[in-house]
Design a protein around this ligand. Structure first.
Ligand SMILES: [Zn+2]
Ligand SMILES: [Zn+2]
Length: 294
């Protein structure tokens, strides 16, 4: 085994026609996977797929984008006919603690999430305070479940790193979240990353780290703030992921992402840090095994 994609959605609709091929292709290349749930259907489905393969595990949880009615579609996630009614607002799911607890007791369930605060994708007509309050409530419920089940949390956070870190700290200070967690698809700054590291959390980088810095955010070495973060996070707190089918790394941008592309993320981090690829591979594999207890 060479690498672990610590966060993908290989059971989503984007792979409906060739999921088995994609998983086997990935395993053949020596890449293990953790496939992540985002609401009831995808959480249950991920476990079913994980049952079928060695080297594939799943997490269950309710993504913040699924906690509010939205007009954006994601046909990569569920087929149009599985969505409530195409072209109108998505369902908003509330967190059903007992339902997820049942799923979480599955032997192939290795974490709770993705869950977190996302202030980026909020519908324009929504009451902002109400949306934030609901997201907070639902994240707390999942942190409680992770505590009860002694599982790590997979945090999805956008434009809310400070509040997210405050919430993690509150739980840790109360002796909760004993298994810690991961901030997945990190897109913040070095300072924001180090705050989670100080709390004992892992930082997972996706293909975004391979994207060239935009001109206005470039530092003197031509790097983005995210790439600076990828240089700064200690090797023993570093994870890599694809978030497939999204966020295809360079040089494959524009194609559907597949979990074995995770090697591109590891290569980029090795290049940024000026260390051998193998060092990034070894550390991220050890870290992923440790946090997900696999
Ligand atoms: Zn996410
Ligand atoms: Zn994801």
């Amino acid at each position: 085994m060479k690498l672990i994609d610590s966060h993908c959605h290989v059971h989503f609709n984007a792979y409906r026609d060739d999921m088995d091929d994609v998983i086997r292709r990935t395993l053949d290349k020596g890449v293990f996977m953790i496939t992540v749930g985002t609401q009831k259907d995808t959480s249950a489905a991920g476990l079913k797929v994980a049952e079928e393969y060695e080297g594939l595990w799943a997490t269950v949880g309710l993504h913040p984008n699924h906690t509010v009615e939205q007009t954006f579609w994601d046909n990569d996630e569920l087929a149009p006919e599985e969505q409530a009614t195409p072209k109108i607002k998505t369902r908003s799911e509330d967190f059903d603690y007992d339902f997820y607890k049942q799923l979480a007791s599955h032997p192939k369930c290795v974490g709770i999430g993705e869950t977190g605060l996302d202030w980026y994708r909020i519908p324009e007509d929504a009451d902002l305070e109400q949306v934030k309050e609901k997201q907070h409530r639902i994240v707390r419920a999942q942190f409680d479940l992770a505590t009860e089940m002694n599982l790590p949390v997979v945090i999805h956070c956008r434009d809310a790193y400070e509040e997210q870190a405050d919430l993690v700290k509150e739980y840790l200070d109360a002796g909760k979240l004993p298994a810690g967690g991961v901030v997945h698809c990190f897109t913040g700054t070095k300072e924001e990353a180090m705050r989670f590291v100080a709390l004992g959390f892992y930082i997972s980088f996706s293909g975004i780290v391979t994207f060239p810095a935009r001109s206005k955010e470039r530092n003197k070495d031509g790097l983005s703030p995210l790439q600076e973060a990828a240089q700064a996070v200690p090797l023993d707190h570093l994870l890599v992921e694809t978030d497939s089918p999204y966020l295809t790394p360079e040089p494959h941008r524009g194609e559907r992402n597949e979990p074995w592309h995770v090697v591109r993320v590891a290569e980029k981090i090795a290049e940024l840090r000026g260390i051998p690829l193998q060092e990034v591979v070894d550390h991220t594999v050890v870290n992923t095994r440790k946090v997900f207890n696999i």
